[in-house]
Design a binder for this molecule. Structure first.
Ligand code: ZN
Length: 366
């Protein structure tokens, strides 16, 4: 495997968060069965956009200027993504597809969309760019159908993660969602929880905000709530091999979360006797976070202290969040990262987190 060099610091890295976007519902039509293709045409859905409104295509965060294709929304140009992999010397990348169908209220149509999106990703991206791996898009509206979709896609080893949004109908630890975790654990698929969501609830605890900046800044509250729910409801106890990756969550909210949750857990352990491990230990063992957007100060001492608080060198997974705009030029590695964490950050931690990805890359080497 190529080692990072001064010339390309990220050479050989695994990018755990890149985005591909469905250009229009029309692009999914070949991947729908006859019933749903008829329904989409009859209802005019085939002419709709269905992009997720948390990422309005023209907002600055949604696309770095040099990562915007001449035509179409950010994330729709495969050649541009391949150039991105070349430029950063990336060995592999995991693609997430955030799509408006996540927010539908009909579970059957959502499931039809997800099947089409996963097959579209396989045919239009994974078959054409061998460095690319995929996250399985699932209909959160029905965990039973979501588990079926995981089972269907798991046969393709290029799917290495299950993608869930940070806002859902109810807290992610609830038993309602456990069929998803059971299927994911069975196939060695981490659960990737990405910023954004279903819009069933406001992203702030006090109601709906007015501006994108509020929605974006409030996402860390959502990750805080979802992680607390997963811990206290016993998901990590029930599914001992399940891993969770927080995608685009930032990291600086985590030290106070871990300290506070641990303190309260020690006082209220009889409330949740199934939580047999201290919450910070659960986080360190089972939870990982992607790098971008990096929200720590550009200060080596402070970054090192933050990493020490959350669990050290193994917690972070390299990501660029292509095509979203969090840094300029080639500065994918924020200033202030301790140099000793780079080997794990760039690839070792991802290989340990994603067993299917590690096996696939091993096969390509053999
Ligand atoms: Zn992302």
């Amino acid at each position: 495997m190529p080692q990072p060099t001064a010339k390309i610091p990220t050479l050989g890295a695994i990018d755990c968060d890149v985005h591909v976007s469905v250009p229009s519902v029309g692009a999914l039509m070949p991947y729908l069965d006859d019933y749903w293709a008829d329904q989409f045409r009859m209802r005019g859905i085939d002419r709709l956009d269905f992009s997720l409104t948390a990422y309005p295509p023209n907002a600055p965060l949604s696309g770095r200027p040099d990562w915007r294709p001449k035509q179409g929304a950010p994330g729709t140009d495969r050649e541009m993504l391949s150039q991105h992999l070349d430029r950063f010397g990336l060995r592999a990348a995991i693609a997430q597809c955030l799509h408006g169908s996540m927010a539908l209220h009909t579970e059957d149509m959502a499931a039809a969309f997800c099947r089409a999106i996963n097959d579209w990703m396989r045919a239009e991206w994974l078959d054409k760019e061998p460095r690319l791996f995929g996250a399985i898009t699932v209909p959160m509206q029905s965990p039973e159908l979501a588990a079926e979709e995981i089972e269907r896609c798991a046969a393709d080893k290029r799917f290495v993660q299950v993608l869930l949004p940070a806002t859902t109908d109810m807290p992610l630890g609830r038993r309602w969602y456990w069929p998803i975790y059971k299927a994911a654990e069975r196939h060695g698929l981490p659960i990737g929880i990405h910023a954004g969501g279903l819009f069933r609830h406001a992203p702030t605890a006090t109601g709906w905000p007015s501006f994108i900046i509020e929605d974006y800044a409030a996402q860390s509250q959502l990750f805080d709530s979802q992680l607390l729910s997963l811990i206290t409801e016993g998901v990590f106890t029930k599914f001992p091999d399940l891993k969770v990756v927080l995608l685009e969550s930032g990291i600086t909210w985590l030290p106070p979360f871990m300290w506070r949750t641990n303190k309260i857990w020690r006082g209220l352990r009889p409330d949740v006797p199934w939580v047999t491990q201290a919450p910070p230990d659960i986080v360190r063992d089972r939870v990982r976070l992607t790098l971008q957007p990096f929200d720590a100060p550009e200060d080596l001492v402070k970054v090192r202290a933050t990493l020490d608080h959350i669990g050290g060198d193994g917690m972070l997974l390299f990501s660029t969040d292509f095509p979203h705009w969090h840094f300029d030029g080639d500065d994918a590695l924020p200033f202030g990262l301790p140099p000793e964490i780079l080997p794990g950050l760039l690839s070792g931690n991802a290989l340990a987190t994603y067993p299917r990805l590690a096996a696939a890359l091993q096969e390509t080497v053999a």
